[in-house]
Ligand binder design. Structure first.
Ligand code: NAP
Length: 143
């Protein structure tokens, strides 16, 4: 990407910016987003904001009942899928279901805490990782 086209988030947004500030004026109609951790916190707000700006959102959560309660206000633009990021079996099942569905994603963003496996010997090893960039939806639109 040419340097003069680079959009630097920290020049425009800060600690008091909201999701709606970040997405102001951005129309996400026709865009599809995958958001993890839609049962609490940042994942719920990310899903809400993306849907409010027109995106079709697939929300992943390990507890679908909790996610349904937490995302009640998001509406029909949100579809929930089961995903436990501490379980490779669950990750594979979720990925295979999304691939079988065949519709690509324009935005993938994470709102999940990713805990280390409780019993590394009993489970496939998954390294804890930091969340994906939380501002990726707007960054993706501006690039
Ligand atoms: N909040 C902030 O200001 C902030 C700032 C920078 C970075 N972060 C980072 O962003 C991430 C989310 O923060 P948050 O404040 O939104 O946390 P939160 O309210 O505790 O939400 C965490 C989410 O992660 C999910 N989760 C935990 N373990 C999971 C697993 N094994 N598989 C799938 N989902 C799992 C939780 O699901 P359950 O509901 O099932 O537990 C919940 O949906 C954290 O890593 C945090 O460190 C947060």
């Amino acid at each position: 990407m040419a340097k003069n086209k680079e959009f630097v988030m920290t020049n425009s947004f800060g600690a008091t910016s909201t999701t709606d500030d970040v997405l102001a004026g951005i129309d996400l109609k026709g865009k599809r987003a995958l958001v993890t951790g839609v049962s609490a916190g940042l994942g719920v707000e990310t899903a809400r904001a993306l849907a409010a700006h027109g995106a079709e959102v697939v929300g992943a959560a390990r507890d679908l009942k909790k996610a349904k309660r937490a995302t009640g206000e998001v509406g029909d633009a949100l579809e929930l899928v089961e995903l436990d990021l501490a379980s490779l079996k669950s990750v594979r099942a979720c990925a295979e279901a999304l691939l079988a569905d065949g519709r690509p994603f324009d935005v993938v963003t994470g709102g999940s805490v990713i805990p280390p496996p409780a019993a590394p010997r009993a489970r496939p090893r998954l390294r804890p990782s930091p969340p994906l960039p939380l501002l990726s939806p707007s960054r993706a639109r501006r690039e």
